[in-house]
Structures are given as structure tokens and as C-alpha cells.
Design a protein around this ligand. Structure first.
Ligand SMILES: Nc1ncnc2c1ncn2[C@@H]1O[C@H](COP(=O)(O)OP(=O)(O)OP(=O)(O)O)[C@@H](O)[C@H]1O
Length: 339
């Protein structure tokens, strides 16, 4: 079955991974059974994962799942309520000097000063950094050279995110936290930003990314986890995450066919929803030997359509997508996978 994945900006296939949630070796970021409370409310409930140098781990999840709380804890702004986090083997709480210079972040809330120009912003950050990248290199990497003399307040939302990224990479971090770094960017700027991130990973930076753009995770992540209500529900390399979710057969449900009239296909579970404002029939084929069973189900469906003179508009047969998995997790339907 075909997948919807496009070109990988990193130009490489995802590595096979020994175990969901486990790093390959020498973790830069370690999270062990992390718990984080706000008063009586437990926002993070026993989360574990590792990120190795030169690896991008994407932390996906529903709104309020606990992603930002996890990142803030790793950055050393919060002491864990339970469990432990380590950056290069050191507890980051309180941001000890030895670690502070080795990590940086693009946070959801930008700390830019509106009155400074882009060039002044970079100069100020360079003055505070121990071994900063060159002024021109930063501008070029985030493609803001033509905005050098523009005041921050006059930048677009997407350009401000690019400047945030420029400031984060300026300090040459070995660990980079990216909390929704491409929000507000148009598709072209988003793709250019993916390339900047891909280059950093190639240079050996360990990146922890949160994003609501699932395509972003599909393109960039070596491994990913989907969080819901403070827990990791699904984790692993993209192929592992999608592997258990089988194939999908779908078509537009003609007005003449009621959902009760749909045939039962061997080994496939039917559901009727809406797509593009029209009723959409879909069958999920899961479990072992999915390819063979999907072929059998399609053959049965075509026989049924021929017999009953039903047009299968928009017929598609595809591997489950990250969006399918995400939506099932958001429904609370996914089982806990990984550690
Ligand atoms: N300072 C705080 N005090 C009390 N509750 C908080 C605080 N910060 C976050 N929360 C709650 O903790 C939960 C997790 O929030 P968090 O911001 O970590 O989620 P998130 O996964 O990053 O969400 P989003 O995708 O919407 O940004 C939410 O229910 C949120 O309301």
C-alpha cells in the first residue's frame, strides 16, 4: 500500500529503532517517569523518552496534553513533581551554568524587543553569548538578511518566529527545544525552516520538537510520541507508530446507499463519516497480514459495487496516516505503546 509521505528534507530514511521511546545510544536528553503537578492537577503523568545527539524527537499531542510543561521542565524552569530529567547526565533544574550554554529554545512566547531592529537584536544576543555564530551567518540561515534594518515590531508573525530561531541557533546549542517553531508561517517559510532544522540535526544537535503540524513531524522526526492528558499514548519511529494501524479503504457514499447497506468485508471494520461535506464510507483493516487482507477486502468491495451498480467515487486504499493515529489518540482509543 502507498503512503502519503513526501520528500524528506533530511534526505534520509528514518532509522530502525530498537524500542519505542528508547534512544539509540548516549542520550542528550533523558526523561524518566516524569510527573508534573500544578496544585492538585497532574499535567504530566509518568512520561519517559530519550533523545540522542543528531536526533529529532517530536512530542505531539492534543491541546493541554503536557508538552510545554515537559519542555519547561527540561529547560530547568520547573522541578519535577516526580521522576527525573537529565541533559547530558545533569539535572537541568535551576539552569546550572555548565548546561545553560549547551541548550537553547524557541518557545511559544517570544521574548523579542519590539523597538530593536533585526540586526540590533542579533548583535545584542551575540554580545551575551560565549561563542556566538557570526552575525551574517545567522541572518542567512534564517533568511532575514533583507530585513536587517527593520524593527522587530514591523516583522510578520512568521518572520518573528524565524528571528526567534536565529537567536536560538546563534549560541551553537547542542540541545535545542522547539515549541511550535513554525506557527504562523506560510507553507514556503515553513519548508525553509524545516531545512534549517534538518541542517542542525545533521550537525549533531539533539532536537525536541512540539508541533501541531503533523506533516512537520512526518518530515523531520526520527521518533515521535503522541501525548494525551499527560501521558504518552503512542511512541516510536513513524513506521512503528503507523505499523499497528493497518490500511484504510474509503469512498464517497452515494445517496442511494444507506450505511446499513454497506457490505461486510472480511477482516475490515466499517465506519461512515463526512469528508468534504459529503458522506464518506471507510473500512479499517488492522492486525496481522494487513496487505493480503486489504487486497481481499478491496476485491470483495469491487464485486459488491459491480453487483449492485454502485459507483465508488473517490475510491482510495492507503496506509494509516499520522493524522488517523492522532485522531484515535485524541478520542482516547489508542492503547499505551512504548515505555
Ligand atoms: N502554570 C500553570 N498553572 C496551572 N495549570 C497549568 C499551568 N500551565 C499549564 N497548565 C495546565 O497543564 C496542562 C498542560 O499544559 P501544557 O501547556 O503543558 O500543554 P500543551 O500540551 O503544551 O498544550 P498546547 O498544545 O495547547 O500548547 C493544561 O491543562 C494546562 O491548562
Amino acid at each position: 500500500m502507498s503512503t502519503r509521505q513526501g520528500t524528506d528534507p533530511r534526505g534520509e530514511a528514518a532509522d530502525p529503532t530498537p524500542a519505542p521511546g528508547a534512544a539509540r545510544s548516549g542520550a542528550a536528553i533523558e526523561v524518566r517517569d516524569l510527573r508534573q503537578r500544578y496544585g492538585d492537577f497532574e499535567a504530566v503523568r509518568g512520561v519517559s523518552f530519550d533523545v540522542a545527539p543528531g536526533e529529532l524527537f517530536a512530542l505531539l499531542g492534543t491541546n493541554g496534553a503536557g508538552k510545554t510543561t515537559t519542555i519547561e521542565t527540561l529547560e530547568g524552569f520547573r522541578r519535577p513533581s516526580g521522576g527525573a530529567v537529565r541533559i547530558f547526565g545533569t539535572d537541568p533544574y535551576g539552569r546550572p551554568a555548565g548546561l545553560r550554554d549547551r541548550m537553547n529554545a524557541v518557545l511559544q512566547q517570544s521574548g523579542l524587543l519590539d523597538d530593536l531592529t533585526v540586526a540590533e537584536t542579533i548583535d545584542l544576543a551575540r554580545a551575551l553569548a560565549a561563542a556566538p555564530r557570526g552575525h551574517r551567518e545567522v541572518l542567512d540561515r534564517v533568511e532575514l538578511a533583507d530585513k536587517s534594518d527593520v524593527a522587530v515590531r514591523a516583522l510578520s508573525g512568521g518572520q518573528k518566529r524565524r528571528l526567534d530561531l536565529g537567536l536560538a541557533i546563534l549560541t551553537r546549542p547542542e540541545v535545542l527545544f522547539l515549541d511550535e517553531p513554525t506557527s504562523g508561517m506560510d507553507p514556503e517559510m515553513r519548508r525553509a525552516t524545516w531545512q534549517v532544522i534538518a541542517d542542525l540535526i545533521d550537525e549533531g544537535v539533539a532536537v525536541l520538537l512540539t508541533t501541531h503540524y503533523l506533516e512537520e513531524a512526518e518530515r523531520l522526526a526520527d521518533r515521535l510520541a503522541i501525548m494525551h492528558r499527560g501521558e504518552i499514548r503512542v511512541a516510536g519511529a513513524l513506521s512503528e507508530v503507523l505499523g499497528g494501524w493497518g490500511d484504510r479503504i474509503g469512498f464517497r457514499l452515494p445517496p442511494s446507499v444507506r450505511s446499513a447497506d454497506l457490505p461486510s468485508l472480511s477482516g475490515a471494520v466499517a465506519a461512515v463519516g463526512v469528508r468534504g461535506g459529503e458522506p464518506w464510507a471507510s473500512y479499517a483493516v488492522t492486525g496481522s497480514d494487513t496487505d493480503h487482507r486489504a487486497h481481499t477486502a478491496v476485491a470483495e468491495l469491487l464485486r459488491w459495487a459491480h453487483l449492485h451498480q454502485v459507483a465508488l467515487g473517490g475510491l482510495e486504499v492507503r496506509t494509516a496516516s499520522l493524522e488517523d493515529v492522532f485522531l484515535r489518540v485524541a478520542d482516547g482509543a489508542a492503547d499505551l505503546v512504548g515505555d
